[in-house]
Write a protein that binds this ligand. Structure first.
Ligand SMILES: [Zn+2]
Length: 396
């Protein structure tokens, strides 16, 4: 049913090393995968293919959000848990569609209330509901009473960490998430205090890696980040109080940074508007610039950067997820660096680069048609666009 389809347009950012941008291109696809992308004057006409004119648009690979939560603030109804469960799951399905509509074709869920995302992931994988490709951790792992305990299994001691890492993998986790530090204003000896011990982190990483799963860690404070990078985690999430010596260690070890600038941005802009007396929002405002400076330094030094939004956190919307790229440029990155993080960077971190992250031979034909050139106006990534999944225009 899905034969060859050739898309013609005036501009494409392929992400391919040799020819990252092609003006007047043809992208030949078959069964939703790309056969080749070429300049129009080098493309041979294929009489078996259906030709589609994309028109006056700028084509980019679908975006990949390496840090979001389909379920974050849920509470169970004490009188009728079944009722609240059904309600939450319906919201989760809608959140997934909102991400897809915004141009997020794949994403990584780093902690879900009751692990619900695992089921949404399965349903999307089977083609039963529309949504982005999901890599999920199910429950996260945290210290008793630690950051994000409503989304996590609480552990104390290396044995409990080992047990619960194995447990989330048994339950279907693609990735393991450790909540290592508190938030920026949790009480403790430093901002973002380290809540798991070095030993707990080490055993968590060792166990996950032994079972073939990568490890993502929520970390704000300097000690927490340092302990995690030393233990060999795969990505530092947030990383506000990271210092240059740690950046050097990350370069050496190939550790990714997923900054999630959206989280404090929306907390400050929306949170302060709606809840002006909440000290958490005032604190977020304080760290906003520090966070951006840290990202810029990482980019200048050459730390690997992936794109993540923390969508689903308070005030952090799914439908504006690509705005993270705009914030990355406000931190001093070029539009090309932001676009690279949201495509190639996240695809590599999520382990899905065989199919996602660029538009070249063998990859999925998951692409976006933007109204303006994102390298000239990065805001266009967050504006109205058409989304193509497996070569088909997504309408939903
Ligand atoms: Zn998060």
């Amino acid at each position: 049913m899905m034969g060859k389809k050739a898309y013609k347009g005036k501009w494409i950012f392929t992400g391919n090393k040799e020819m990252p941008i092609i003006e007047n291109f043809v992208m030949m696809t078959e069964k939703g995968h790309i056969l080749w992308v070429k300049p129009e004057n080098e493309a041979e006409k294929d009489k078996d293919a259906v030709y589609v004119e994309l028109g006056d648009v700028y084509v980019v690979p679908g975006f990949i959000d390496a840090h979001m939560h389909l379920f974050c603030e849920e509470m169970e109804d004490a009188f009728c848990p079944g009722r609240s469960t059904a309600y939450h799951v319906c919201n989760g399905v809608r959140n997934a569609v909102d991400l897809l509509r915004a141009g997020i074709v794949a994403c990584r869920d780093l902690g879900a209330f009751r692990g619900y995302t695992l089921g949404i992931r399965d349903s999307i994988d089977k083609g039963e509901i529309p949504g982005p490709k999901i890599i999920a951790c199910g429950h996260a792992i945290c210290a008793t009473g630690g950051h994000g305990y409503n989304l996590s299994y609480e552990c104390d001691g290396a044995d409990e960490v080992r047990k619960n890492v194995r447990r989330v993998i048994k339950e279907g986790a693609d990735i393991v998430k450790l909540m290592v530090s508190g938030g920026v204003n949790s009480p403790g000896p430093e901002p973002g205090p380290c809540e798991l011990t070095k030993e707990e982190i080490r055993v968590g990483v060792e166990t996950a890696h032994a079972w073939g799963r990568k490890v993502a860690v929520h970390t704000h404070g300097n000690t927490a980040i340092r302990n995690c990078v030393e233990a060999g985690v795969d990505s530092i999430e947030h990383g506000v109080y990271m210092t240059e010596d740690i950046m050097d260690m990350m370069i050496e070890k190939g550790t990714y940074l997923v900054p999630t600038l959206c989280a404090p941005y929306y907390a400050v802009n929306e949170g302060l508007k709606q809840d002006p007396d909440n000290p958490d929002h005032a604190k977020s405002k304080e760290v906003l610039q520090m966070h951006r400076d840290m990202l810029k330094k990482c980019a200048d030094k050459g730390v690997k950067i992936a794109f993540g939004t923390d969508a689903g956190c308070p005030y952090d919307p799914y439908d504006k997820a690509p705005y993270e790229m705009v914030l990355m440029t406000k931190a001093g990155l070029t539009p090309q660096q932001a676009l690279k993080a949201a495509t190639e960077g996240s695809a590599d971190l999520l382990g899905i680069a065989d199919e996602y992250g660029s538009l070249e031979t063998g990859k999925r034909a998951d692409f976006l048609c933007l109204r303006e050139n994102p390298l000239e106006n990065i805001e266009s990534v967050a504006q109205k666009k058409d989304v193509y999944i497996n070569g088909e225009k997504f309408v939903g």
